[in-house]
Design a binder for this molecule. Structure first.
Ligand code: GYE
Length: 345
């Protein structure tokens, strides 16, 4: 596809190249254009700009897939709406890009547009969340996090914390402020908590989506406080919602912290990207953060390179992640036979 474009562009340029031999200005212009032809064009459909994690992820992609590294990146923000992303992918297909990178908002509903991309011979690389399609050959590969593992680490931390402080399981009254419903991050993090609550006998009072944004986190927390008077753990599926939730808790006269048998509300969350949440974690306002690594750019760059070389990269590529907390009751957790040392953010 690219080769054809290069040949066509060169043919179009030929008269200019021949006519402009004596003029340095024309030569310069031609050299620039010739350089552009070498770039690999990537259409990147990012799902939105809802969180600090997302913005860092976008930045990582823009840096790795910049012209300096041989790419021409076309970035489209889907504003958290799948319909916008489908339009963007169709536009990339029409433009004849070399690769499509898709960070899908939700898992369902991608079959048609991914089939269109395959029919156009454009490889698709998924980043962050996944798509639920029966035919896995509709995308080349995926890079992202194991969201359920993040949640297992978090709930292992919570279990260890309650054991160290002699808090019996039925005394945990938890609300889950979920991410955008139907997204892989939400599904994994919600499932991990629901399983742990069932296994440990925790009281899971409510699950409500805060759409991964600070404002929604604040709003949902306010509503939850009106509906329940015994909440002592708030499990937020990302840091931005945790920041909003803490605001709502404090505005309602609650104290956030670890003394949950004496009226404090424990907040835990995911990401560890945003500086305010890391500061809250150092202060103990957020008791634990399961890290979610947004730096996918260099990995996507390497995957494209592999595809360019005719290699078949691993289908699923996981990033490494840890656990942050400054509550000294828990030093490490073990999940699926792997030990994770709790780190300072
Ligand atoms: O945790 C959240 C973002 O899908 C991992 O989406 C991503 C999540 C991330 O909005 O902050």
């Amino acid at each position: 596809m690219r080769k054809i474009a290069v040949i066509a562009a060169t043919l179009l340029l030929l008269p200019v190249l021949l006519a402009g031999c004596g003029s340095s200005a024309v030569k310069e212009e031609n050299t620039d254009k010739a350089d552009t032809k070498e770039l690999i064009t990537v259409g990147f459909s990012q799902l939105g700009a809802e969180s600090d994690w997302r913005n860092t992820n976008t930045q990582s992609m823009q840096e790795a897939l910049g012209t300096g590294n041989g790419f021409n990146l076309i970035y489209k923000n889907g504003q958290q709406k799948q319909a916008n992303q489908i339009t963007a992918v169709r536009m990339f297909i029409q433009q004849g890009v070399d690769y499509i990178v898709l960070a899908p908002a939700t898992e369902e509903g991608w079959e048609s547009v991914l089939t269109e991309a395959r029919d156009a011979d454009i490889p698709v690389i998924l980043v962050d969340r996944r798509v639920d399609v029966a035919d896995k050959s509709l995308y080349s590969c995926w890079v992202g996090s194991d969201f359920e593992l993040e949640s297992k680490k978090m709930t292992a931390w919570l279990k260890a914390f309650t054991e160290r402080r002699n808090i019996s399981p039925e005394n945990l009254h938890i609300v889950n402020i979920q991410g955008s419903l139907g997204s892989t991050a939400q599904i994994g993090r919600t499932r991990g908590l629901a399983n742990a609550a069932r296994e440990n006998g925790w009281d899971l009072l409510a699950e409500v989506s805060g759409d991964f944004t600070e404002n929604k986190g604040r709003e949902v927390m306010g509503a939850l406080l009106k509906g329940h008077d015994n909440i002592n753990v708030v499990y937020c599926e990302n840091d931005n919602m945790a920041i909003g939730a803490i605001d709502a808790l404090e505005s309602a006269g609650k104290r956030v912290g670890q003394n949950i048998m004496n009226g404090e509300v424990m907040v835990v969350s995911f990401d560890g990207v945003n500086e305010q949440s890391r500061e809250y974690c150092r202060e103990g306002k957020i008791s634990c953060i399961a890290e979610c690594n947004p730096l996918h750019g260099p990995r996507v760059e390497a995957l494209i390179e592999a595809l360019e070389n005719g290699e078949t990269p691993e289908k699923f590529n996981y990033v490494d992640e840890g656990l942050f907390s400054c509550v000294d009751a828990v030093k490490n957790v073990v999940v699926d036979d792997t030990e994770y040392t709790v780190q300072e953010p």
